[in-house]
Design a protein around this ligand. Structure first.
Ligand code: BES
Ligand code: MN
Ligand code: ZN
Length: 511
């Protein structure tokens, strides 16, 4: 794990592998960003023109390495692009700083220490740079190389993440700066843990294994963890979770994580879809659609990470996390298209397509979560391919039974750097799920499939409870080249939105 420190040292005297500076895109070429004045001076004020000679423009995503000026203890200067120079009197956007720090940390993988001399004017900037660095430094190499090579650490084909990020210009004695660093560490470390869970292959991460990870984390962070195994689920009548897990040799689990604060005035419930592998079941997915379906527990991973981060931060709000864990597999014992399940709520569902399994496990968890009468419920799920078609692979959809709450979530997501968009729940789509046999079918019209799924979930939320649904099927798992602080593979989508939501709820900003 990457260490994060605040430093008042001068760039020249710092023992580090590299000094990171910002370069913005000016009207007449690259411009050295604030924070790097002393570095620029050591190049006789010519850093911008040197960078231009090397082909740098200051565009976002750019990373240019050059030898440090003489007299510097660090051998390398790494200039990262910040995009357009902000308008007069405007600071750099937090997300710009986060991404630039992420690019730097990624570029410096394998290094011991990097000093960040990026524009840093406030504790919030320190938090953003810290968060970006820690998220960008992420590497998933648990399955790379032989055990032998790994024992020798880095001897084989992995570099390992940047070990330490020092933020220059930070105020190590200032309360707000210290809090910002603590927050960045808690959020980024737990988010990275969510990424690990998502990236762990499904032969190792099955429902019982995930539940065990939750139990261990609960012990460590003072979170109460209760696990319902398949026997308890049968006794409790959780037909949705059991129906989805019926085809797998690895039985399902429902995990409840309870974080409580003695000063809490509000209670937030978070529900995560935790399909540790989605083969589609008897409605089997074709090749080409199942290779990345280990990511189908990303919602549960996000909920888990958020609850642990909230506990680490000691927020004054009660947060309950629900992880609906099952593996969706075809077998002789699997649920068939045509089967009717009796859900935990008592409603019956005709399963027309076993690949629409997420809504079935979530339905039971939503009903159960409603029993505590929380002030709000938010579920997070890689729910529909339709949402990916609608919003692409970087934006999650937000639906809710309350317009103000949907708007709040969208704004909170924006604030933390997670693209999202509000989606409607048109009532007329409900009748497409009418079933001749049961109370509802698990599938409706194909058009607007993401909205249909939202309408299905809504039926399982307790009367009068404010609820929102985040469909993260697009952004949960990144298959392209890394960018900013986003790696290939599990991204940890929604974790930062959930943590900020908990903070805002604790502060009494919502409802
Ligand atoms: N887990 C998938 C949705 C998904 C698709 C997640 C792509 C990530 C990337 C979900 O369980 C699913 O299969 N949904 C079906 C529903 C349909 C059968 C009604 C879909 O979207 O095709
Ligand atoms: Mn599916
Ligand atoms: Zn699924």
């Amino acid at each position: 794990m990457t260490a994060l420190t605040l430093s008042t040292a001068a760039a020249s005297g710092l023992r580090a592998d590299a000094i990171v500076v910002g370069v913005a895109k000016g009207a007449k070429g690259p411009v050295v960003a604030p924070g790097a004045e002393s570095v620029d001076k050591a190049y006789d004020g010519k850093l911008a023109s040197v960078l231009e000679t090397l082909g740098a423009s200051g565009a976002e995503g750019e990373a240019t390495k050059l030898p440090a000026p003489s007299g510097f203890k660090a051998p390398v200067i790494l200039a990262v692009g910040l995009g357009a120079v902000p308008e007069k009197d405007q600071a750099y956007d937090a997300e710009v700083l986060r991404r630039a720090a992420g690019v730097a940390a990624r570029t410096l993988a394998g290094s011991k220490k990097a000093a960040f001399a990026l524009p840093l004017e406030s504790a919030a900037d320190a938090g953003a740079i810290g968060e970006g660095a820690l998220l960008g430094a992420y590497a998933f190499d648990a399955y790379k190389g032989t055990a032998d090579a790994k024992a020798k650490k880095g001897a084989k084909d992995t570099k390992g993440p940047l070990a330490e990020a020092a933020l220059l210009g930070g105020k190590p004695r200032d309360k707000a700066y210290k809090a910002a660093v603590e927050r960045a560490l808690a959020v980024a470390e737990e988010l990275n843990r969510a990424r690990d869970l998502i990236n762990t292959p499904p032969n190792d991460l099955y429902p019982e294994a995930f539940a065990a990870v939750a139990q261990a984390a609960g012990k460590e962070h003072g979170i109460k963890v209760q696990v319902l195994d398949e026997k308890a689920l049968a006794k409790g009548g959780y037909g949705g979770i059991l129906g989805v897990g019926a085809g797998s040799a690895a039985p399902p689990r429902l995990v409840k994580l309870s974080y409580t604060s003695s000063k809490a005035k509000k209670h937030l419930a978070l529900v995560g879809k935790g399909i540790t592998y989605d083969s589609g079941g008897i409605s089997l997915k074709p090749a080409g659609h199942n290779e990345t379906m280990k990511c189908d527990m990303s919602g549960a991973a996000a909920v888990f990470a958020a609850v642990v981060a909230v506990a680490r931060l000691g927020l004054e709000v009660n947060v309950t996390g629900w992880l609906a864990l099952a593996e969706n597999m075809p077998s002789g014992s699997a649920t068939r298209p045509g089967d009717v399940l009796r859900m935990y709520s008592g409603k019956t569902v005709e399963v027309l397509n076993t690949d629409a399994e997420g809504r079935l496990v979530l339905a039971d968890a939503l009903t159960k979560a409603s029993e505590d009468q929380p002030d709000a419920i938010v579920d997070v799920a890689t729910l529909t391919g339709a949402m990916v078609l609608a919003l692409g692979d970087r934006t999650f959809g937000v639906m809710a039974n309350d317009d103000a709450f949907r708007t709040s979530i969208h704004e909170i997501a924006e604030e933390v750097g997670e693209p999202s968009w509000p989606m409607p729940m048109p009532e007329h789509l409900r009748k497409g799920m009418d079933s001749p046999t049961a109370d509802i079918a698990n599938m409706g019209e194909r058009m607007g499939g993401g909205l249909v799924a939202g309408l299905f979930l809504k039926e399982f939320v307790g009367e009068g409870i404010t609820w929102a649904h985040l469909d993260i099927a697009g952004p949960a798992f990144h298959e392209g080249a890394p960018y900013g602080y986003t790696p290939k593979g599990g991204t940890g989508s929604a974790v930062r939105t959930l943590v900020r939501l908990a903070e805002r709820t604790a502060a009494g900003d919502l409802g």
